[in-house]
Design a protein around this ligand. Structure first.
Ligand code: MN
Length: 193
């Protein structure tokens, strides 16, 4: 078995970051998903899907589309450990991904019409999310590589199915895990927001 978390581990110093080191498999009936709001150098949302015992991950700079047909860029990044789904806090300056992380949404998901891993490998996932905030259908589609400089796989995150309510500012700034705002999470770690 290849260590799917090798990249995740080599990018981090667990003596410095409060992020989990991995190694605790979770087994529920349905696979979980998590969306984290991450105020790194650039604010983005990390969308993670449980697959193969890890969290397959995409950085979505502009967040989730809510109107059918709307699409957002989603850049695939390294796999994270399952425990990352419960992580909320501040990654210290000087560490990879420094900045505050909020557990923005969490729940279970299904891939419609295919096995999740097969759909991932084929580059198209018809997702049904059952989160605390987001419920409904979204689709992830792998885009063809456009240039040699493109190192990370680029995907599109599309709203499929029907529209969902637009995300209000209050909902956008409230943790699904703790109801805290980004500012409250940052301050709990003694960080300036
Ligand atoms: Mn991130």
């Amino acid at each position: 078995m290849p260590d799917l978390l090798k990249k995740y581990k080599t990018m981090r110093d667990f003596g410095k970051t409060p992020e989990p080191a991995g190694g605790k498999p979770k087994r529920g009936k349905l696979p979980i998903f998590v969306i984290q709001k991450h105020a790194a150098t650039r604010l983005h949302y990390d969308f993670r899907l449980e697959m193969e015992g890890v969290l397959k991950s995409w950085a979505v700079p502009k967040g989730f589309p809510t109107k059918r047909g709307d699409r957002r860029l989603a850049v695939q990044v390294e796999d994270d450990p399952i425990e990352y789904a419960n992580f909320e806090g501040t990654i210290p300056e000087g560490s990879y991904g420094a900045g505050t992380v909020m557990g923005w949404d969490t729940g279970t998901y299904q891939v419609l019409g295919s096995e999740p891993l097969k759909a991932l490998q084929e580059g198209k996932l018809h997702l049904l999310l059952n989160g605390k905030k987001l419920k409904g259908k979204w689709t992830l589609v792998h885009m063809r590589r456009r240039s040699e400089e493109e190192k990370k796989p680029q995907w599109l995150l599309l709203k499929s199915g029907s529209d969902v309510a637009a995300i209000s500012e209050r909902i956008d700034d409230s943790s699904a895990l703790t109801r805290r705002s980004m500012q409250q999470i940052a301050q709990a770690n003694g960080e300036q927001w």
